[in-house]
Design a protein around this ligand. Sequence first.
Ligand SMILES: Nc1ncnc2c1ncn2[C@@H]1O[C@H](COP(=O)(O)OP(=O)(O)O)[C@@H](O)[C@H]1O
Ligand SMILES: O=C(O)C1=C[C@@H](OP(=O)(O)O)[C@@H](O)[C@H](O)C1
Ligand SMILES: [Mg+2]
Length: 207
Amino acid sequence: MRLRIRSACSKSASLCYDMEKLIANETNMDVQKVGETLTSNRDNIVLIGMMGTGKSTIGSLLASELGYQLVDLDSVIVEEAGCSIPELFEEKGEAYFRDLETTVLRKVLQECNIVLATGGGAVLRNENCGLMKNNGWVVALSATVDDIISRVGEDPNRPLLAGGARERVTALLEERKHAYSFADVTIATSGKSTEQVSSEILIHYRG
Ligand SMILES: Nc1ncnc2c1ncn2[C@@H]1O[C@H](COP(=O)(O)OP(=O)(O)O)[C@@H](O)[C@H]1O
Ligand SMILES: O=C(O)C1=C[C@@H](OP(=O)(O)O)[C@@H](O)[C@H](O)C1
Ligand SMILES: [Mg+2]
């Protein structure tokens, strides 16, 4: 149902919302209830998960496979801010980064047929989770602590891991232990190649 509404609305999330309001009016239902009642919107795929679970890499594979546009939220943030993620954290602070993250998320989710690779902390605001859930099919990627560390532990582009990757990864995973559970599906990536992970997601998506 939602899929059909989205197609009919040709690429506009706000138009989609207007349609939902119309249905709410006609059926005397609360507009939020209408959104919830409609099935998950599969026009977009949204990847969530801790740093190093492979969101950006898998996002790129999925986008080429489906002919969708890849949107890497961090890359759009870097474009908007005109500086790198570590510079943003260093010069403006995490709160500034999080505000920009929400602004950019709101903007990019107006598109249809995108694969959106989010940053690991994009799920920390309820507002962001609502945006993702209402405008996409949400896939959570997971990985073991050891794999996360070996994949990104030494990467200077992950400012939140600076000064002791194992301690930082362990602490963040604990802080975020329930943060990714709103996903429509969760895929474990450890012991799998990126191609295997991508195929597994596509089986669920097309299923
Ligand atoms: N399933 C996987 N197996 C091995 N390495 C992986 C896997 N997924 C991602 N990687 C590697 O981990 C690193 C981080 O991946 P990335 O896509 O940037 O993660 P994220 O966007 O979730 O932080 C990259 O070097 C990538 O090649
Ligand atoms: O987990 C986080 O809070 C962050 C994850 C990063 O993205 P990746 O998950 O793509 O590494 C990036 O958004 C920023 O460094 C903060
Ligand atoms: Mg990434």
